[in-house]
Design a protein around this ligand. Structure first.
Ligand SMILES: [Fe+2]
Ligand SMILES: [Fe+2]
Length: 135
């Protein structure tokens, strides 16, 4: 069972970004798989770290193009990305404080956020990126 799976409705028609979104989904599925086995905290933590590090790099990749070519809504897109990490930190703290029994809440949040962000927010810059020759 996977937490999220790729289909063409997620495509933003920019090859490099589609590839990065697929990788994020795959790391999210790794985390999900580990969270439903009786893997230790260390393994779980390592999977979460890989996912968050890769996601941070992906956000940076998007933002660097949006900034370079003066995308008019770059600030608001950056704020969406920053909001993701703020929420993740809050949920992580709740889990560490014992208010969450497992990592379901964290994973569900990430799945919902990612789906919405790709389909509704990343897609806003597609024409802009293509116009500037980014593939
Ligand atoms: Fe993205
Ligand atoms: Fe984005």
């Amino acid at each position: 069972m996977v937490a999220i799976s790729w289909d063409d409705s997620y495509s933003v028609h920019v090859e490099s970004i589609d590839a990065q979104h697929k990788k994020i989904m795959s790391l999210l599925n790794d985390l999900h798989r580990i969270s439903i086995t009786d893997a230790g905290d260390q393994q779980l933590e390592a999977a979460l770290t890989s996912l968050l590090e890769y996601t941070r790099a992906h956000f940076h990749y998007e933002e660097s193009f949006l900034e370079k070519f003066h995308f008019p809504f770059v600030k608001s897109h950056q704020e969406k990305h920053a909001g993701f990490f703020t929420a993740i930190e809050r949920i992580k703290k709740e889990l560490l404080n014992g208010r969450g029994k497992n990592n379901k809440k964290l994973i569900n949040y990430m799945v919902t956020w990612l789906k919405y962000h790709i389909v509704s927010e990343d897609k806003q810059y597609v024409c802009f990126m293509l116009e500037h020759g980014i593939k």
